[in-house]
Write a protein that binds this ligand. Sequence first.
Ligand code: FES
Length: 179
Amino acid sequence: MTDHHPTPRPEEPEDIQKRNFIKTLTVAILGFITFFLTQPFVTYLFPVAKEGTKEKFIKVPNFPAIPLETPTKMTFEYMDVQAYITSNVIYDVWVVKHAADKASVYNPLCTHLNCRYTWVGSHHEFMCPCHGSIFNINGKVVGGPAPRPLDTLPYKIEGGELYVHWELFKAGIPQKLEI
Ligand code: FES
């Protein structure tokens, strides 16, 4: 009796190429899937490292136009990136311009419990409506429960324009602790 088992066809170079191509493609697809699944998580865990935006100085428009020694509330736009969602957020700061190249820049939140204080020109003081904290033009506490002076922000002046480094600090404690 003759054995009719078909003899396996020797692999052609074309077959080997095809198989290698499919392997490479599979690895690439898995790589992409893994990247897209894990990347938002990594971004969530390390938002600051990913964004890099916290390190930036952001331009606060109109600095040359503001009067000297008069606290002025100024706004600027800041691009926030959180887990692939980019949003333009408007921030504000209080600026006291001392000279064309010198200023004090204050975070707009009261150091007691983060309410927004305001400059009351008639009293020549910053006042917080929530629990009555009062700060002088230098940010020093002159009344109320605020545990520390107003929080100053790092800034630089280049070409006459003001650039601010936005930071937030923990409220309700005597130390200026960045969060
Ligand atoms: S939050 Fe400003 S006094 Fe309490």
